[in-house]
Design a protein around this ligand. Structure first.
Ligand code: GLU
Length: 543
């Protein structure tokens, strides 16, 4: 068969020579050992923890070796494309401080552009054409229906499904048959003519999993679809070669396709990058562990963390804890150091499913937030509120001095122990809401209605915001004694039956009346921040 003529018929026109691509996209001029890594999401609009997991690993390995991290958009599947998806990826990753050096909408060096696969069609086609010319790719005219029938036949016979060996019907079409199909205008895809034999095993060194054995590929996979756009398999091989990627960290769902990729790199004559297959994030669901699911687990989406207002460093600390087995120990010793100082390695990455536990993340978040100054917390909450807060919440920031006082008190700054009440920005904003809005409801009081009224009434009689904390507290004790409550805890403990309750119960009445909540930081300080008038009005309201 005249393969050159066939290639011309299938992909007509002049393409640049293969060598010209090598010149156009030369090896990168980087110091020895520098790694070139990438993130290659499809623009589906859904960016998830798995992406962040891979992003952190790729980012660390690239930058810590003096290399490059780039962003490539794998938009070969138009059905999955969503408007604004690239912005969404960038925003989500920027939040976690993942810095790209080059790539789609990044700016930076453009030597290896374009970064959208759809804009790279000419390169892919040039190589497909070459593979047809050398007899390693061929047109396939099978219809969807025929392929479905084939799959059903294979399933019924309990055989491996796919287009291979004796099932690869179009592989053996005669020249005449091919041209007859073409003349009839039948749509076609281009398939790889695989030379592999699954009886043969290949030893492979995975950057994460270590030495693994895979079988040779024998699937004649589609490399160019009928619309002239390549599949992921083919496009990524071309791109990782010409973008001069040295290490690919990607999800382990790609491990099954690795034999295809090995064969593609070989037939294209490219040196393979190293691959590291990253384990999936699992969730404990009752007795079983399962993969985090888009449908069931909102915490899979990175949007969730921004909307809830997770502190980016906390999420990163948790991700690093999961990613590198020696991170936790390092971090215990170096809690204040920039995370970049930790030496990240692919070898220390987990080799099998990693359990993602949001409670652990929440603990880490509380801890990280408790390290912030009031000013840092102010900035963090304000950023969040500007994007996600209600109008009323945005307004909390109109009086900066008051907000700083609130935060200083609520975070326990200057106190004996820092408080760890805040998990996320949204939760913190809700927590401090009572400083800015009157309580819409009151938590349940321990003290009954009649006694409560008297306590609140007496408080209004003697409250003076000019009192210091000690005077204030001695007045609360007075109110307790006057209402049949023990003014001293000691007294109460000695003979509880002699009292309606203790001064603690009285304080609780005042606390709930002022804030709506039974649990707050120091009540005296809260009333100081609120001021005399507001405090009185709230107490009156509660009465
Ligand atoms: N586009 C692929 C995905 O979204 C990228 C896999 C890779 O990193 O090579 O999963």
């Amino acid at each position: 068969m005249d393969l050159k003529a066939l290639a011309e018929r299938l992909l007509p026109g002049e393409y640049p020579s293969l060598a010209s691509f090598e010149e156009k996209y030369p090896p990168r001029n980087l110091p020895k050992g520098a790694q070139v890594t990438r993130l290659a999401p499809s623009p589906t609009g859904f960016i998830h923890l798995g992406n962040l997991f891979a992003a952190i690993a790729n980012e660390r390995i690239a930058h810590q070796s003096g290399g490059i991290l780039y962003l490539r958009i794998e938009d070969t599947d138009l059905k999955r494309k969503v408007d604004g998806a690239v912005e969404a990826v960038k925003n989500a990753l920027r939040y976690f401080d993942i810095r790209f050096d080059e790539g789609a909408e990044i700016g930076g060096d453009d030597t290896y552009a374009p970064w959208y696969q759809r804009q790279r069609a000419e390169i892919y086609r040039a190589f497909v054409k070459h593979l047809i010319e050398i007899g390693r790719a061929y047109p396939c005219f099978c219809t969807e229906e025929e392929l479905t029938a084939l799959r059903e036949e294979q399933t019924a016979k309990k055989e491996i499904t796919g287009y291979y060996g004796k099932y690869a019907r179009c592989r053996n079409l005669t020249e005449e048959e091919i041209y007859r199909n073409l003349d009839a205008g039948k749509p076609f895809v281009i398939r790889l003519k695989s030379m592999g034999d699954p009886e043969n095993k290949i030893k492979f060194r995975d950057a994460i999993k270590g030495e693994i054995t895979v079988t040779e590929n024998d699937q004649d996979v589609v490399i160019l679809k009928s619309d002239g756009i390549p599949t992921y398999h083919f496009a990524h091989a071309i791109d990782d070669h010409f973008m001069r990627t040295t290490l690919v960290i990607r999800g382990e769902e790609w491990l099954a396709s690795l034999p295809i990729h090995i064969e593609l790199f070989d037939v294209l004559g490219f040196e393979r990058p190293r691959y590291g297959h990253n384990c999936s994030l699992m969730k404990q669901d009752g007795e079983t562990r399962r993969k985090l699911s888009k449908r069931k687990d909102p915490e899979l989406s990175l949007e969730f963390y921004r909307k809830e207002g997770y502190y980016a460093r906390a999420v990163k600390v948790y991700m690093l804890t999961l990613l590198n087995s020696n991170f936790e120990e390092w971090y215990l010793k170096n809690p204040e150091k920039p995370l970049e100082e930790f030496k990240f390695t692919a070898e220390k990455m987990s080799k099998s499913g990693t359990l993602f536990d949001i409670d652990k993340l929440n603990d880490i978040s509380k801890n990280e937030l408790s390290k912030l100054s009031a000013e840092e917390m102010y900035a963090f909450l304000k950023d969040w509120a500007e994007e996600f807060g209600t109008d009323v919440q945005k307004n909390y920031f109109s009086d900066e001095e008051k907000m700083l006082k609130v935060l200083t008190l609520c975070m326990g700054i200057g106190g004996k122990k820092r408080r760890k009440d805040f998990t996320t920005a949204s939760q913190a904003m809700e927590f401090i809401g009572y400083f800015f809005e009157r309580p819409a409801s009151h938590e349940e009081y321990r003290v009954d209605g009649a006694a409560r009224r008297n306590i609140l009434h007496d408080f209004l009689e003697i409250y003076d915001s000019a009192d210091d904390a000690q005077v204030w507290f001695s007045k609360v004790k007075e109110i307790a004694a006057a209402n049949g409550f023990a003014a001293e805890m000691k007294e109460y403990k000695a003979s509880p039956e002699a009292f309606k309750g203790s001064v603690a119960d009285v304080a609780e009445v005042l606390r709930i009346a002022t804030t709506g909540k039974a649990n707050t930081p120091d009540l005296y300080s809260i009333q100081q921040i609120l001021g005399e008038e507001e405090t009185r009005e709230r107490i009156e309201g509660a009465m």
